[in-house]
Design a protein around this ligand. Structure first.
Ligand code: ATP
Length: 461
């Protein structure tokens, strides 16, 4: 099941506290969103899953976290200052502004007029003033991709850890693009997060590694719960390739507005490392620094077998966290008709990604023993380190179940009279709880002594 429309998802996100429009109280900042108490958990779980499989489970990939503020030269020599732009047109009739390649039949989306200005390039990088002097010279870029932080630290990483090709550097962090027309909720925004991996390989082995990463990344998204029928690969045509790429294959997901890019896997060749190495010589000259071989960080690696320096090629799987969250929400959103004719909305997220893993519910909120036991249980389960556990004391168990179905909580535990041994008919149920399964709606009684093993096994899925 997936959502019927984007509106279903937007409404659920607002209603339950996943995602809010930024600065809504002042009319909202277009293309900028905030993650609420549940959204931040879902997003963190997605990022943790990526980090686990790319960094912790591999010996050949290291993590990194670089600054958001970007040195102007970094984005000049990376080619972004000159080429990181989209073509923009204005509608002369209604004055709306559009990205040229997104218009249908060359018509203004707002009023339908074809009276548009000729396209002109619009650089998408945000600038920010730095330091106390506000002039045209003292600015930085907010990075439009996290990758450049990896390239500029290439030598630091090599010098501080012994690596040989192939090896990779992974980074998760914010990126900023002044999109001309942000749209489709968190699909196209101006502030977003990326999960990027730069995998350095020997020239000549790049094509083989490119295919390997396309396959790995496609399968990874399937493992997060996206179904194969909603995923497909798309090779970008040559004329649409970014300035640094030799080949790019996109993983497309069927979002509510259609199949669009979720992740791109680019073969960036030696473009970036080569360009930053050459640029340092030029930069040193222009800054009147004495340029000699020692003052330049050669962004290359010495092959000990052949004693040759390689400027590695780089394969870059680059995924959008926000697009990932949207895809997961869309995939998980399910409306089910119940036997009583009512409809239940349930987010069938993979348990490992669910914002809340377990809700503990006291059956009688006025019974001190039940409440005490439920609170104790909540603390105990939280300490098992399975993820967020919540204590749910609404006094209406049906309402609690509805809320937890909608936010995707895999298990609701109820502490009742049987748990505290107060049900004379069922004394054998002392120290047991009922566990309700979100997907099957089945309820079973589990002994507290078995609970950790039971939950650990189910939540790791
Ligand atoms: P698009 O063609 O959709 O603008 P892109 O090809 O420019 O995307 P990349 O530069 O390959 O995107 O960035 C890598 C990933 O970052 C994308 O696959 C996407 O998931 C994410 N991303 C890029 N731009 C945005 C944006 N404006 N909002 C949200 N996510 C984005």
């Amino acid at each position: 099941m997936t959502a019927k429309s984007l509106e279903d998802i937007v409404a659920l996100c607002k209603r339950r506290g996943f995602i809010f429009q930024n600065a809504e109280i002042y009319g909202g900042l277009q293309g900028v969103y905030d993650y609420g108490p549940l959204g931040v958990e879902l997003k963190n779980n997605l990022k943790a899953a990526w980090w686990r499989s790319n960094v912790y489970e591999r010996d050949d990939i290291l993590g990194l976290d670089t600054a958001i503020l970007g040195h102007r030269k970094l984005f000049f020599y990376s080619g972004h200052e000159d080429t990181f732009s989209d073509l923009m047109v204005d509608c002369r009739a209604c004055k709306h502004r559009w990205r040229e390649d997104q218009l249908q039949d060359g018509k203004c989306e707002h009023c339908g007029s074809k009276d548009l200005t000729p396209p002109r390039a619009f650089n998408m990088m945000f600038k920010a003033n730095i330091g106390p002097i506000e002039d045209a010279e003292h600015f930085v870029y907010l990075r439009p991709e996290t990758a450049q932080g990896i390239f500029s630290n290439f030598k630091n990483i090599l010098d501080s850890s012994s690596q040989k090709l192939p090896f990779g550097v992974a980074q998760i962090g914010k990126a900023f693009r002044n999109e001309i027309t942000p749209r489709n909720f968190i699909f196209r925004v101006r502030e977003f997060e990326q999960m990027e991996l730069e995998y350095f390989v020997k020239p000549g082995e790049d094509e083989k590694w490119h295919s390997t990463w396309v396959e790995l990344r496609f399968n990874w998204w399937k493992m997060q719960g996206l179904s194969e029928k909603n995923l497909k690969l798309f090779e970008q045509p040559q004329k649409e390739l970014a300035h640094y790429a030799k080949k790019t294959v996109d993983i497309l997901y069927r979002f509510p507005h259609g199949f669009e890019e979720l992740e791109g896997i680019a073969n960036r060749t030696d473009y970036d490392l080569g360009s930053h190495t050459r640029a340092q010589a030029e930069f040193n000259l222009s800054s009147k620094v004495k340029s000699n071989a020692d003052s330049i960080s050669k962004l290359a690696i010495l092959d000990l077998e052949t004693n040759k320096w390689w400027v590695p090629y780089v394969i870059e799987p680059s995924a959008g966290v926000d697009r990932g969250v949207l895809a997961l929400l869309n995939e998980a959103y399910t409306e089910e008709k119940l036997a009583d004719g009512k409809t239940r909305i349930v987010l069938k997220l993979k348990p490992a990604l669910a914002p809340i893993k377990v809700a503990v519910i006291p059956l009688a909120r006025n019974n001190e023993q039940i409440v005490g036991k439920a609170q104790q249980l909540r603390k105990m389960i939280q300490a098992w380190g399975l993820g967020r556990v919540s204590y749910e004391d609404t006094g209406n168990i049906g309402k609690s179940y509805r809320r937890h179905d909608e936010i995707g909580t895999p298990f609701c535990l109820t502490v009742d009279f049987e748990t505290i041994g107060e049900d004379p008919q069922k004394t054998a149920h002392r120290d047991t709880v009922t566990v309700r399964d979100r997907d099957t709606l089945k309820q079973e009684r589990i002994a507290l002594s078995q609970l950790e093993t039971y939950l650990r096994e189910k939540l790791q899925k």
